[in-house]
Ligand binder design. Structure first.
Ligand SMILES: [Mg+2]
Length: 417
């Protein structure tokens, strides 16, 4: 089996409402780039990466000379072909490597008739549990979906639980000041008593604010506090002063950082992201290190359509020490680009695909529709808040959004969702 063609297509897929986070917002849609590798005998493997536009498409296609003629079964070799550790000091290709690894594993599965999980050691579970992912949101273009107050956050959590059966809830913070967000988080945890909870402000609190925040929620059913502040030394100080486990998806994203965290623990739970780690296989390896050293793991979401979601499901299927629910933005999407539409949640879980490869196929009509939508709308500035012209994110943040400002910002006037 040899790779004979490489394709990349950027798409934009609508969200139910713009999602706010510490760096700004997703302005009502995701922009993702789909990667396809076709073999000489016509098999097509698919991958997916974040961001997009001409630059992402060009970055994928720039690797064509490296990929043509390569046997997709040699996935370990890809790491050195595309992103060897010292060459990567000059060209950071981790996300490209990840998308191409997904496509190679998909090809290998299609070639052998086996699902990706079977290529990774075999599934130890047939479905993966997910947390609801609760965001503060701007209203959608039709005025619906605002989440700004604690009452709105609680109502949103109830809606998602009713629709999808979630028993674990993640509050994405870092938007409003920590005191306000602590009350909002407490309101959710108290309203949905009996479920479990986690809070993630994307590292924008100071260590001292993190310690204070933790002290104010210790009585709740917390899974963990995720990246309250940025950096291993600060997290280590917070960890010494709270009983709540700490987790990260930002400062343990490679093996050197994982080793540092083993030698001098700063977090208890490592959130494995199939993109940030450069593929599914590095995540499986990292999960093995975590198992050895008694660290928890969970599956992280950096935004996904169905292809990336499939990578998360196959990872979740094979990792024995997955004791926490996975994260996904998936339920915020209005549509997907895979055949059959969005994968359904049942009792807060999604079934691991069992077809060959990743077990998902691109719906060509949907890909064309959302590639056209991308050409119409272009990118959006992920690291800018449409409601705060001129503001940019600082870490730690000292200038949070004002929760009394309701409504849809003027800057979203040309965004259709
Ligand atoms: Mg996070």
């Amino acid at each position: 089996m040899r790779i004979a063609e490489v394709r990349a297509t950027t798409v934009t897929v609508p969200l139910e409402a713009p999602l706010r986070h510490s760096n700004g917002a997703h302005w009502g849609r995701f922009v993702r780039t789909l990667v396809e590798l076709e073999t000489e005998d016509g098999l097509v493997g698919v991958g997916e990466m974040g961001g997009g536009g001409q630059s992402a498409e060009a970055a994928v296609l720039s690797l064509k000379d490296y990929l043509l003629g390569h046997d997709p079964a040699r996935t370990e070799a890809l790491r050195f072909m595309l992103a060897n550790p010292t060459a990567s000091l000059y060209n950071n290709r981790t996300q490209l490597l990840a998308a191409l690894e997904f496509a190679c594993l998909d090809l290998l599965g299609k070639h052998t008739g086996l699902p990706v999980h079977a290529l990774l050691g075999g599934a130890v579970r047939s479905e993966v549990e997910f947390a609801s992912y609760l965001f503060f949101r701007y209203p959608a273009a039709d005025g619906s979906g605002e989440v700004r107050t604690p009452d709105q956050l609680v109502a949103h959590a109830w809606d998602l639980k009713a629709a999808h059966g979630f028993r674990v809830h993640k509050v994405k913070g870092g938007v409003f000041d920590p005191g306000y967000e602590r009350e909002a988080y407490r309101a959710v945890a108290e309203a949905l008593d009996g479920d479990r909870f986690r809070y993630d402000p994307n590292g924008v609190l100071s260590p001292e604010q993190s310690i204070e925040f933790a002290a104010g929620i210790e009585d709740l059913a917390n899974d963990y506090l995720e990246d309250p502040c940025l950096g291993l030394p600060g997290l280590r100080r917070v960890r010494e002063r709270t009983r709540i486990p700490l987790a990260t998806n930002t400062v343990v994203v490679d093996f050197a950082q994982l080793a540092t965290n083993v030698l001098a623990p700063a977090v208890d739970v490592v959130l494995l992201d199939t993109t940030f780690w450069g593929g599914i296989r590095p995540c499986v390896k990292a999960a093995g290190v975590c198992e050895t050293f008694g660290l928890g793991v969970a599956v992280h979401s950096s935004g996904e359509l169905g292809v990336q979601l499939a990578t998360m499901l196959h990872l979740g299927a094979v990792v024995p020490n997955l004791t926490f629910a996975a994260d996904a933005h998936y339920h915020h999407l209005r549509d997907d680009v895979i055949v059959g539409g969005k994968m359904p949640y049942r009792d807060g879980k999604i079934a691991v695909p069992d077809g060959p490869g990743l077990g998902v196929e691109l719906d060509r009509d949907k890909v064309a529709e959302y590639a056209e939508l991308y050409r119409e709308l272009g990118p959006y500035p992920y690291d800018r808040d449409p409601g705060r012209p001129g503001w940019y994110p600082m870490v730690p943040n000292t200038d949070f959004a004002d929760p009394s400002r309701a409504g849809r910002p003027e800057a979203l006037a040309h965004e259709p969702f």
